[in-house]
Design a protein around this ligand. Structure first.
Ligand code: ACO
Length: 307
């Protein structure tokens, strides 16, 4: 759905959307394309890319705020759709930070021996929780899913040269919960409600927290910005992405940007961006990647990984 299509829905313009956000188009799922359907497609592609069978997976984690139903989890549905035998499966909800939280949990499952191969999916159908009369939110979001598989490797040296998750940094500040929320939920309105956002406030927090978390990650690993091959940020707004890149002194050709074609797909945005840059050959095996995101909660976080 292009910005021009959006002009037919609300009082907006391609110019406004592009200038304020960098978004040109977003994908909107149809009625049969549920979150679990999109998640399963992404999971199937990840299995194929890794040359793995469903029975090789022993944990499924789906990061989402837009499940098909309140329960069962999307992860359980994905497990059924992909024919993955009984194993650990659950959803994780940290809104737009979901994938960074998810990669942290998946890594802990692996490092503690709780799982050998985790299918980690970010999947969202945000179009179903948008107020399509509210131009301040409906132009920003889109639907989609992306997946990765994390695998235990006994041969690592325990250093920055290892492939895998090198460090993760997570935060939440619930005192800021009222600047980005849904206007309903099962235990309040008995509906899912719609996205409500004080955009300018969220924007300010995003720029500050992303700069801080990037700095924290660099210091924690004793690395310089030049050591990072690609920044794979949450895709909410090109201006937030550019501010973080500037803080890192990173040229934009080392930053993966998909917000122009996907809009903000919440927990799906990082795996979608990652997948785009892997498929087009930019990101290669052994590249050091910095993933970062901020979302409702507020939640925010970063993960340094070697692909
Ligand atoms: N089309 C045209 N005009 C619009 C639109 C629109 N779609 N939306 C708002 N406007 C108008 C406003 O009404 C306002 O007009 P006014 O000055 O006459 O009142 C004007 O544009 C400016 O509005 P602002 O909200 O101040 O615009 P801003 O430059 O802040 O951009 C935006 C808004 C894009 C939402 C930005 O603040 C942003 O990206 N915020 C962060 C979003 C984010 O990062 N979310 C994180 C995660 S999301 C999650 O977790 C679910």
């Amino acid at each position: 759905m292009t910005n021009t299509d959006m002009e037919k829905v609300v009082d907006t313009s391609d110019d406004w959307i592009q200038q304020r956000t960098g978004i040109k188009a977003r994908h909107i799922a149809n009625d049969t394309e549920t979150t679990s359907y999109m998640a399963s497609q992404a999971g199937k592609n990840a299995l194929a890319a890794g040359g793995l069978r469903p029975e090789d997976i022993d944990a499924v984690i789906v990061c989402t705020s837009t499940p098909d139903n309140t329960f069962p989890s999307v992860a359980a549905s994905v497990q059924a759709q992909l024919d993955i035998p009984p194993c650990q499966a659950f959803d994780l909800q940290a809104v737009c930070s979901g994938f960074v939280y998810g990669i942290t949990v998946a890594n802990m499952f692996i490092t503690t021996g709780q799982a050998k191969r985790v299918l980690l999916i970010g999947a969202e159908k945000f179009s179903s929780i948008l107020d399509w009369d509210d131009r301040t939110t409906c132009v920003l979001f889109g639907d989609g899913a992306g997946a990765i598989i994390l695998e235990a490797d006994e041969n690592g040296q325990g250093g920055l040269q290892d492939r895998g998750v090198l460090s993760t940094h997570l935060y939440a500040d619930g005192r800021k919960k009222d600047i980005l929320y849904t206007s309903g939920g099962p235990a309040t309105t008995k509906t899912s409600g719609f996205v409500v956002m004080q955009g300018r406030e969220v924007f300010k927090h995003a720029v500050t927290h992303m700069a801080d978390i990037v700095e924290e990650t660099l210091v924690a690993n004793d690395i310089k910005p030049a050591d990072i091959d690609f920044l794979v940020p949450h895709q909410a707004n090109i201006r937030i992405i550019e501010a973080t890149a500037k803080k890192l002194d990173m040229p934009m050709d080392k930053v993966v940007v998909t917000v122009d074609r996907h809009g903000n797909t919440s927990a799906a945005s990082i795996p979608l961006a990652l997948c785009t840059a892997v498929n087009d050959g930019r990101i290669k095996k052994n590249d050091m990647l910095l993933l970062e995101a901020l979302g409702a909660g507020l939640t925010w976080g970063a993960a340094l990984v070697r692909f």
